[in-house]
Design a protein around this ligand. Structure first.
Ligand code: GLC
Length: 486
């Protein structure tokens, strides 16, 4: 018997830390592959294909190595596809260069997103062909990369190169599906497919890229066990419940909880913090709070409990619950710091209240890594009242930084935070969608805060909880091996 064959895993996704990220997807793509590689003990080789956005910082831009270029055909379009490479921790990153599609201020939100990400998906296939890379597994994330799976099922169905390739599609949030009107314009003219293949993408009379990817993949996963159950229900599936139930019936659906990168998020080393600390000695955490209070022009007082929220300001993050009790909460001895961007409606609401409660509330409308880390380190409590939460990473990061989570038990929040009333509790939880219930839980937490001994005990429980990737990486490897052996 010779050496075991090295298996090639190729991730395709639209963002990855530390290059560029707009949310949790970027964190996961930046950290999961490293752990899979480590756990595979030399049996896997890992590469990641990403778009080359304008936003990549100059430091990384300078490190990219030009590999070559090819042409990506998208219907009648012949588009330039430049290929750049960067290698770190044994992982090969390939960046797809096309300024027409990616030299823009933001990642998403353009009228031609369907075309931009169909290009990205098709170009990812061209990169594999150019490099003569035949992956054993292509692991595709979210709808932006989803067309790749549809192309493998259609245009490349008989292509020798991809004959043995197995595929996985991971749903990071079922709310964003890539939905467009169903017509020849998009199927033929944009995607370059035949109308005969349209059925793969058709759902509810529309083009639905997430559905097409789920249909075409060998396995479908999502980012927590509870969310894998929830998305079978109408209330969580955003219309996709027929498809989720179908893949479940086929035995194709599973949920694997995300983890966080414990090196990337480490209060003992994090350069963004005013003072570093660890779980053996968190006395310096208070220094962070006082510095942040000063920086944000809040009253500087270590004894006032601080509640942090780092969140996209959108409805499913539970902001209507917060709104309902917010002014009541602000009557308490408390400081609240909110960081995020999103719907103007919420941005405006919180910003307006800042003027009324200038000694208690700070609202910063931005996506800012540095400030978010300062908030995690300074907060005593971290509020996450999501209506739905596929996994959620903030509760894990907050825990690592000793900010005790208060969460609504749903999706990954339910799978990661257990109420202190249980033996292994690591946070405060509530279930109902009644804002008054949430307020009661927050008030209980504020009261507990006054009991220093209890608080330190709870902080130790929270910081000791291991949210690293090791368990989940094993589950991903198990899934890979299962589909490889099918
Ligand atoms: C999405 C989800 C979030 C999850 C993240 C990474 O942003 O909304 O819950 O943690 O993806 O999988």
């Amino acid at each position: 018997m010779g050496e075991p064959k090295i298996k090639k895993i190729c991730f395709v996704a639209s963002e990855a830390q530390p290059f560029f990220a707009s949310g949790g997807l970027g964190d996961v793509i930046g950290s999961l592959p490293k752990r899979i590689l480590k756990n595979s003990k030399g049996e896997y080789e890992l590469s990641i294909i990403l778009p080359l956005y304008e936003k990549l910082n100059q430091g990384y831009k300078n490190k990219l190595i030009y590999v070559g270029n090819t042409i990506t055909r998208l219907s009648w379009r012949n588009q330039y596809c430049g290929i750049f490479k960067y290698e770190e921790n044994g992982i090969k990153y390939y960046f797809i260069d096309n300024e027409y599609y990616f030299k823009r201020d933001n990642f998403y939100g353009y009228f031609d997103d369907a075309e931009r990400f169909a290009f990205f998906s098709k170009a990812a296939i061209d990169v594999m062909l150019f490099l003569d890379m035949i992956p054993d597994i292509i692991h595709v994330h979210d709808w932006q990369a989803g067309m790749l799976l549809v192309y493998l099922r259609t245009l490349y169905y008989n292509d020798e190169h991809f004959k043995k390739v197995k595929t996985i599609f991971t749903i990071h949030n079922i709310e964003y599906q890539g939905i467009y009107a169903y017509d020849q314009d998009i199927i033929e003219d944009v995607f370059g497919l035949s109308m005969n293949d349209g059925y793969l993408l058709e759902y509810d009379g529309k083009v639905n890229i997430m559905k097409g990817a789920m249909e075409a993949a060998n396995a479908v996963s999502t980012v927590s066990p509870s969310y894998a159950e929830e998305i079978l229900q109408k209330e969580f599936a955003h219309g996709l419940e027929y498809e989720t139930n179908r893949v479940k019936k086929e035995g194709k659906l599973r949920g694997i909880l995300n983890g966080i990168d414990k090196i990337f998020y480490n209060p003992a080393k994090d350069k963004a913090l005013f003072s570093n600390y660890d779980r053996k000695d968190f006395s310096k955490k208070a220094e962070n709070k006082e510095e942040l209070q000063a920086m944000l022009a809040l009253p500087v007082d270590d004894k006032i409990p601080m509640i942090g929220m780092v969140t996209r300001l959108v409805a499913h993050k539970g902001l209507d619950l917060v709104k309902e009790i917010f002014e009541k909460l602000l009557q308490e001895k408390v400081q609240i710091v909110i960081l995020g961007t999103g719907d103007q409606y919420y941005e405006g609401y919180f910003k307006d209240l800042e003027y009324l409660y200038e000694n208690k509330l700070r609202v910063i409308i931005a996506y800012n890594q540095d400030l978010s880390r300062k908030i995690y380190a300074s907060s005593d409590l971290f509020l996450m009242p999501s209506i739905a939460e596929p996994c959620g990473l903030s509760q894990m990061i907050a825990s690592r930084y000793g900010a005790i989570p208060i969460v609504r038990s749903t999706g990954g929040l339910k799978d990661s935070i257990i109420d202190f009333s249980h033996e292994n509790g690591n946070g405060y939880t509530f279930e109902s969608l009644d804002a008054k219930d949430m307020l009661e839980v927050i008030k209980k937490a504020l009261k507990d805060y006054q009991d220093k001994e209890l608080w330190h005990h709870q902080m130790a429980m929270v910081m000791n909880k291991d949210f690293g990737w090791s368990t989940s990486a094993k589950q991903y490897i198990k899934m890979y091996e299962e589909i490889l052996n099918k």
